[in-house]
Each structure stands twice: as C-alpha cells, then as structure tokens.
Design a protein around this ligand. Structure first.
Ligand code: FAD
Length: 125
C-alpha cells in the first residue's frame, strides 16, 4: 500500500473509531454503576492497547495517562472524550471542535426505549 493509501486508511479508521467512542459516551448512563464506570474506563484503555495504528495507539495511551477517563456521568464522559479528541486535533493541526455541539452531531439511531438509562435521553438533560 502506498503512503497516500495508508494515510487514507488511517483516517477512515480514525473517523470510524471516534464515531463509535463519541456515540458510546453519549449513550453512557447519566448515573452509572461502579461496574459501568469501570467498564468504560477499561474500554478506553483496551482501545489504546489494541488500536491497530501504532502511532495513534501511543498517542492515545499518553493522553489517557495525562487525562484519565472521566466516568462519573454521561456528561463527564462525553466532555472528557471531546476534549481528548481535541488534543489529537491540535496535534494534527485540525480545528478545535465545539463540545457544546456533541448532542447534535452524534445520533446512534437507537430509539428512546433502547436508552441504557431512560432517566436521561440527552447530554443537556
Ligand atoms: P476526525 O478527527 O476523525 O473526526 C471525525 C468527526 O468528528 C469530525 O468531522 C467532526 O464532525 C467530529 N469531531 C471532531 N473533533 C471532535 C471532538 N473533539 N469531539 C467530538 N467530535 C469531534 N491520526 C494520525 O495521523 N496520527 C495520530 O496520532 C492519530 N491518533 C489517533 C488516536 C485515536 C484514539 C483515534 C481514534 C484516531 C487517531 N488518529 C490519528 C486519526 C485522526 O484523529 C482522525 O480520525 C483522522 O485524521 C481523520 O480526521 P478527520 O478530519 O476526518 O476528523
């Protein structure tokens, strides 16, 4: 695979991964149990450990060390991931994303009945 194809594949993998991670934090319970909190933190650490792009994995591992996952609520987890993504954006000289727009950007297509925590259906509630 040539350099351009490599960069395209790396970018596609990045977009898909960010989409999954952001959508997951935006559906994380508003009042998570300790088991749910540790599951989310483990998921992030395992993603960093197993991420297929080595440079990205090293970057994510270092970011997790500097900014440990915030898992106390949906809002805390969503804003934490948004700011970590912005750290990666800054390193790659991409624009900063306004974290106030998270709710409008990520829709999982799941109905309200699927919400893991029916007491809260959006970031702002
Ligand atoms: P992406 O950064 O992929 O973002 C996709 C979409 O998410 C954007 O179009 C925007 O709508 C939205 N978005 C942007 N910022 C935020 C935010 N802060 N919060 C919420 N939504 C947002 N690539 C490298 O070349 N080197 C690396 O070291 C590297 N490290 C990475 C580490 C991780 C953990 C991941 C998941 C990816 C990494 N990547 C890395 C890939 C890189 O971050 C991008 O995914 C890729 O370059 C494609 O960029 P993009 O401009 O399409 O937007």
């Amino acid at each position: 695979m040539g350099k351009l194809a490599n960069e395209t594949a790396k970018a596609e993998l990045g977009r898909a991964t960010w989409k999954l991670l952001h959508t997951m934090t935006l559906r994380f319970p508003e009042h998570p149990t300790s088991d749910e909190r540790s599951a989310l933190a483990s998921y992030m650490h395992l993603t960093a450990r197993l991420y297929p792009c080595g440079e990205c994995a090293a970057e994510f591992t270092e970011l997790l060390r500097k900014f440990p996952p915030q898992t106390s609520s949906r809002l805390a987890a969503s804003l934490w991931l948004c700011s970590v993504h912005n750290e990666v954006n800054a390193r790659l000289k991409k624009p900063t994303f306004d974290c106030a727009h998270l709710d409008a950007t990520y829709d999982c297509g799941c109905g309200p009945d699927d919400d893991k925590d029916s007491s809260a259906s959006s970031l702002s509630s």
